[in-house]
Design a binder for this molecule. Sequence first.
Ligand SMILES: Nc1nc2c(ncn2[C@@H]2O[C@H](COP(=O)(O)OP(=O)(O)O)[C@@H](O)[C@H]2O)c(=O)[nH]1
Ligand SMILES: [Mg+2]
Length: 452
Amino acid sequence: MFDELSSKLDTVLGKFRQRGVLTESMVKEGLREVRRVLLEADVNFKVTRDFLSRVQERALGEDVLKAVSPGQQIVKIVHDELAALMGEGRPEIKWSSSPPTILMVVGLQGAGKTTTAAKLARRFDREGRKPMLAACDLQRPAAVEQLQTLGAQIEVPVHAGEFGGDPVATARAAVEAARAQGRNTLILDTAGRLQIDEALMDELRRIKTELAPQEILLVADAMTGQEAVRIAEGFDEALDISGVILTKMDGDARGGAALSIRGVTGKPIKFVGMGETVNDLDTADPERLAGRILQMGDVVGLVERAQMAIDQEDQEKLQEKMLGKGRFTLEDFLTSMRQVQKMGPLDQLMKLIPGMGKLKIPGGQVDPKRMKHIEAIILSMTPLERERPEVINGSRRARIAKGAGRPVSEVNRLLKQFKEMQGFMKRMKGMMGGMGGLPGMGKGFRGGLPFN
Ligand SMILES: Nc1nc2c(ncn2[C@@H]2O[C@H](COP(=O)(O)OP(=O)(O)O)[C@@H](O)[C@H]2O)c(=O)[nH]1
Ligand SMILES: [Mg+2]
């Protein structure tokens, strides 16, 4: 997601990072580049203009220009302003104190309403709520059927209206059904059109008036770029929506839609659709969205996952060895490998690390069986050998192989990989040093390890 926007911003902001002391004209020139990137990524021009004027005002402040590393500060300002633009904190659902909580899903035809309604039901069900789906799109016979199929798949009851019937009456009956069946969360799937039209808005307004839903969530297709902004404006004017769900963010959607919708309507992006199955719905965290746009990596996600698996102290020691002055030994290799195993697939983790997204890691995943073999080999080494693998000569290799019950070729392979990894780590140290640490990265950075 946001790949295109990310990598472009990365290039522009990279220039900032390299510069020492900044002059006013350098800042302006740099921000012109940022402007071009945002517009190219389909960010609304008005949103872009307002955004840049805020950034420029802060960036031209005395403090920044005189700072030790003004470039970095500007990157940080851009990041902060992006996060602010995306909203604050994680957007929540407004739950009703007298159930059922009613959520109305609205949007144009094909935006992903029906799919998203089912995804929401799935999520709420997993969270221990008792969802019910209501099919209020009665214009196309297939629409009701589609929701019923999805409902059956996730084992959530579906209240369906009759084809050609009155959607308002159906919605009202659905509320009754939910109450009668003790379902505390009702998700209404509504009809869509190819374009915003008065008849549709009128129908939706009537449902809104009748049911007074807690949430009116606009489902918008992220692939449509600027168009999504216009649509969001239209729906917001007619219905005063409470939030937006951006679908198809798994495709090559341009990140601009998310920024623009938020900037133009002021309504939060609450969820993002990441695929066609009922599980492909993520909560939208503004900090994370902003971070991704800037290619700072999804540091929060990375840290969260790493912390689940890794003991804090171990982690700091390891990080010091990887990125600091410490020597990285085979013993550390073993520790880190065990930790990474607990974290999940390596290639996925690496995507979360700033700048590592594009990096190809051979193999990517660690095969548990190979892990066991590697472990056996390292455990057959003496402490000296683990500390200084360069002492491992031919006869030591043979002894280690025998002890581990693995062929000598495997010992050789491991030693070769370890050497490659040390090289990789050196390069990484160089990179990290060159960047001098990125905003928000600091101690939060927890690296994965490259091996296959
Ligand atoms: N890749 C992807 N496809 C999606 C997503 N959400 C919906 N779709 C697909 O978009 C198409 C239209 O979805 P549907 O729910 O029927 O849209 P509706 O007309 O608004 O109800 C279907 O083929 C869905 O599988 C998403 O987040 N990612
Ligand atoms: Mg539909």
